[in-house]
Design a protein around this ligand. Structure first.
Ligand code: UDP
Length: 283
């Protein structure tokens, strides 16, 4: 169902829950630039409906999917949670707006237990190969693009920029395995059981990889060659972003365990077993 459907969501929450993990949001930066109202509607107004219905039903524990996009381009990596926020697109603005809503709510009503988890670059798949990433249309993100090239759905990858101030000139990101990300949510729920209020935690590995390093790791993990061509920089891209993970380690007792090789292996395992994704659309 749609998170903006108040009566439907209210009926679900009336079922009785201890906590909510809120993943329901739109997440394509480019689309947020062309459809800002759609992003504010789903991401911000949808979160407002959720919080109001949680309040009505007496559920006061929430883990929210936020994003490292809230840091913007002003600071140098690694990004720590207490840096000033400066999102540079509507997607990041909506994530920050929800964080601000949570902070204000916790300040006004201190019994709420709220965590904003700032994801870096989640990739990979469940190791079973049954749950993976199946974007609609042309993938915006690097890893699903690579896996679709590997499986023959797309002829080649475009590398957006090789003139950044990074070791090989391509963009550097902190990729995190989705299973580690999921474990981070379990750790956040345990933390909230002991800590009312609103808290913010980065979920990343603390290590950056360039686009060319990801391609190399994927080729080794899959045994497939990934043809690529250099292309101009993508608008709005930062040169390098990775997490300062100290707070998550200290507060949540959580640390990412899976490396880039596991991320590539599991992403490939899912795509190989599901060349058409979940089969919901022709390609
Ligand atoms: N990237 C690329 N080709 C693509 C998609 C992404 O070279 O087809 C680069 C992008 O410029 C960035 C990195 O891969 O340096 C990660 O991009 P992605 O869109 O996956 O995540 P973002 O960091 O933008 O959220």
């Amino acid at each position: 169902m749609d998170i903006r459907d108040r009566s439907g969501l209210g009926k679900v929450l009336d079922g009785g829950f201890d906590a909510v993990i809120h993943f329901a949001g739109r997440k394509a930066v480019g689309e947020s630039v062309t459809d800002p109202l759609g992003y504010w509607d789903t991401n911000v107004a949808g979160s407002l409906v959720l919080l109001q219905e949680m309040s009505r039903t007496g559920i006061t524990t929430l883990v929210f999917s936020s994003s490292c996009t809230v840091y913007g381009n002003t600071a140098e990596a690694p990004f720590a949670e207490d840096l000033p926020t400066a999102p540079i697109n509507p997607y990041g603005e909506t994530k920050l707006a929800v964080e601000q809503m949570l902070a204000a709510l916790a300040a006004a009503q201190p019994h709420w237990r709220l965590a904003s988890l700032r994801y870096f670059n989640p990739v990979g798949a469940h190791p079973s190969g049954e749950i993976g990433e199946d974007p609609h249309g042309i993938p915006d993100n690097l890893m699903p693009y690579i896996t679709q090239v590997a499986v023959g759905r797309r002829p080649q990858l475009q590398v957006f920029g090789n003139d950044y101030d990074t070791p090989d000139g391509t963009g550097v990101r902190d990729y995190i395995h989705v299973v580690d990300l999921a474990r981070g949510h379990v750790a956040a729920l345990a933390y909230l059981a002991e800590h009312p209020g609103h808290s913010i935690h980065n979920l990343g590995t603390g290590r950056g990889y360039s686009v060319l390093e990801v391609i190399g790791a994927f080729e080794r993990a899959s045994g497939r060659r990934i043809p690529y061509a250099m292309a101009p920089r993508r608008e709005g891209d930062a040169a390098a972003a990775w997490a300062d993970t100290r707070r998550a380690q200290a507060a949540l007792g959580w640390k990412a365990k899976r490396d880039i090789n596991a991320m590539c292996r599991d992403a490939w395992n899912w795509q190989r077993r599901n060349p058409n994704g979940f089969g919901n659309e022709p390609w």
